[in-house]
Design a protein around this ligand. Structure first.
Ligand SMILES: [Zn+2]
Length: 458
């Protein structure tokens, strides 16, 4: 589609602004790029008749979210999630780019040819743009450079069993072999940072019944995360050029270690997830495996410390780690948390969750977009085109009704397996429209726009 799109509004969030302001954003629909931004509301008559015009009124105009931690699981486990359903859920919640994790699909993204299989599976199925992380597994360092050349944004590895046999975890020797190669490439190494140590003593559990949330929480103590992050920061002393990134930090007791590393100039970034900021173990009911993920959602006090760390910059970004599975593997019938697949489904809810929680704490939309769009775009090396309303950037834009409320129901979820720990919660903030490169892909009134989805593989 050619021509111009003009968006005017009273509350447009421009780069580095803490609060939205009146502005006009002009988009060239051929390139999908923002061509002009002016710091006031233009009048309709100052543009030709034939431009497309969106007047957002007092609704917020925001950059789309970049969710850099999503498991889309296709091909191979497409009954868990898929490109079509996953990216629809993302778009409905204002996410315009997702970065897919290398595991849970079969094959996993550990070779360039596997990446091509994933790209082929994703083709013409995506309502958002999609980028890919590669994976580091034992003895496959020869595949790392070809994967970088083929476009992966970085690599994820596990320091503890991943839960799927085709994606084995790595030990220190494997890491050194991989980091020897990666340190000279324009890339990043992401760690699932839980490390089991023979000397770990299980916390004295009051009960070991497998349906109790406390049983599960005691089985994944904070020390697993602390020990893993210690290993990462120690290795970084030998590989100072390579950025390392901790995915889904849950344990607040690892924060001093992160602060110390960052203060000493170590090239380390950290993410946490919506669920660690919006849920607390104290109020998780027993027998409800939809609350299970690894590392676990911890106590209320821990949650407060994660918020503090986000606000002081120790934690860089917030992502979903959307990781669903089929109902059968969630063990809902028996409520067996210990046996259930670990993964929380969130795609489409993140912005509302963080906004609802942030409002209580006086956290403005500027901060929230910083953590979910700007910083996550930087993390995935997409910040030259994504993560801000800026001239020359992709016109990935959401129109956001900050005051509207909705209750999370199964019907309101757009991902495949409609199970979420947030069901029944009433949240603030709804997406009115999601635009991808200037084109409306989701509209609250009309749903998803007809025709072939226009998401690109980045
Ligand atoms: Zn994950």
């Amino acid at each position: 589609m050619s021509g111009l799109l003009v968006i005017v509004g009273d509350n447009v969030l421009l780069p580095d602004d803490k609060v939205p302001r009146p502005a006009t954003v002009v988009v060239d629909l051929t390139s999908g790029k923002i061509t002009t931004i002016s710091p006031s509301r233009a009048s309709r008559s100052s543009f030709p008749e034939n431009v497309q015009w969106i007047d957002a009124g007092s609704k917020y105009v925001l950059p789309g979210l970049v969710d850099s931690h999503v498991h889309l699981n296709e091909p191979g486990r497409t009954d868990w999630e898929g490109f079509w359903t996953g990216t629809r859920a993302a778009a409905s919640g204002g996410v315009t780019t997702v970065v897919d994790m290398p595991l849970n699909s079969i094959p996993p993204t550990v070779t360039a040819s596997n990446l091509q299989i994933k790209r082929d599976a994703a083709y013409n199925q995506c309502f958002t743009d999609v980028a890919f992380w590669g994976g580091v597994i034992p003895n496959h360092q020869n595949h790392l450079k070809p994967l970088v050349d083929a476009g992966v944004k970085g690599f994820k590895c596990f320091l503890i069993e991943s839960g799927v046999e085709e994606f084995p975890c790595v030990v220190e020797e494997d890491l050194k072999a991989a980091m020897d190669v990666l340190q000279d490439l324009p890339t990043t190494l992401l760690f699932h940072a839980e490390l089991e140590h023979p000397s770990h003593e299980a916390s004295p559990a009051v009960s070991t019944h497998p349906t109790l949330y406390s049983t599960f929480l005691a089985s994944r103590p904070q020390t697993l995360e602390v020990d893993a992050i210690s290993l990462v920061t120690r290795l970084q002393k030998s590989y100072p050029r390579l950025r390392c990134h901790i995915v889904h930090l849950s344990a607040a007791s690892a924060l001093p270690l992160v602060r110390e590393a960052k203060a000493s100039g170590v090239n380390l970034t950290v993410e946490t997830c919506f669920h660690y900021l919006c849920l607390a173990a104290d109020s998780i009911p027993d027998g409800q495996p939809q609350f299970k993920c690894c590392p676990p959602v911890r106590e209320e006090g821990n949650r407060q410390l994660l918020w503090d760390a986000l606000l002081d910059g120790t934690i860089d970004c917030v992502v979903s780690d959307h990781s669903p599975c089929v109902a059968e593997l969630k063990k809902l019938d028996k409520g067996d948390i210990m046996e259930a697949w670990g993964g929380i489904s969130t795609l489409g809810l993140g912005l509302s969750l963080l906004w609802t929680e942030g409002r209580k704490r006086g956290v403005g939309i500027g901060k929230i977009i910083d953590w979910t769009s700007k910083k996550s775009a930087q993390h995935a090396s997409l910040d030259h085109v994504k993560g801000a309303l800026k001239v020359g950037y992709d016109a990935d834009i959401i129109i956001w009704d900050a005051d509207a409320q909705f209750t999370v129901t199964k019907e309101s979820l757009n991902f495949k397996n409609k199970l979420s720990p947030y069901e029944g919660q009433t949240l603030f903030g709804t997406v009115e429209k999601t635009l991808l490169r200037g084109h409306v892909v989701y509209d609250k009134e009309n749903g998803f726009t007809a025709g072939t989805p226009i998401g690109k593989l980045l």
